[in-house]
Design a protein around this ligand. Sequence first.
Ligand code: ZN
Ligand code: FE
Length: 255
Amino acid sequence: MPLELVTLPALSDNYTYLLHDADSGATACIDVPEAQPILDALQSRGWTLTEIWLTHHHHDHIGGVEDLLKFCDAKVAGAKADRHRLPPLNREVADGDRFEFGGEFIDVLDVSGHTVGHVAFVAAESGYAFTADSLMALGCGRLFEGTAEQMWDSLQKLAALDPETLICSGHEYTQANARFAITIDPDNADLKARIERINSMRERNEPTVPCKLSAEVATNPFLRAADPAIQARLDMIGAAPVDVFAEIRARKDRF
Ligand code: ZN
Ligand code: FE
């Protein structure tokens, strides 16, 4: 049985996720923008939180940990490289680490770029990747600490996962990302169709995440820096994809 995934909106535009194994009762929460939506979701399902996995140190991803730990006896995992700026960790992780959860392996990927030390957690068997502010629906995180090279490398690692993987990112930024994406890739029919779906989902107030990796590969301009149509649009035919990525990221910052 695949692990059960619950997507929870938190704060104004963040997401947090619950991952639950029905056999063992193990329940993990990935990032803690605030405690209350997590406590409510646990209570309504009768689940006990056993683990907290943190992707990076930004306040909108860890700000609720202290509150949550007042009510839950959960073990906290986060990047060893970031332990000086994360809540106290019970498990320090780094790129390439693998740990067991609910009868599955969870792989840790360093996905630096937005911050240096940002990690993603991948439950490959169930097909979930918790990417927070690295790969996002139709976007990627702003480069606050890392370089374009680092983010490009991080996105390549995520793009290499199984195309069916559900990308569980940290924010509902999809409509704003879509408005930018169409300026970079205006003739992409898959992108146009996806934007229509996104707009109607948001009209119904539905989350647009998680989303399939295959859809990101087809429509997310930050993954498509090697695409000839995008390179032509940017007047960068034949340029190294990392340079095209850097240009797309710079344009998004100014957008
Ligand atoms: Zn962040
Ligand atoms: Fe964030």
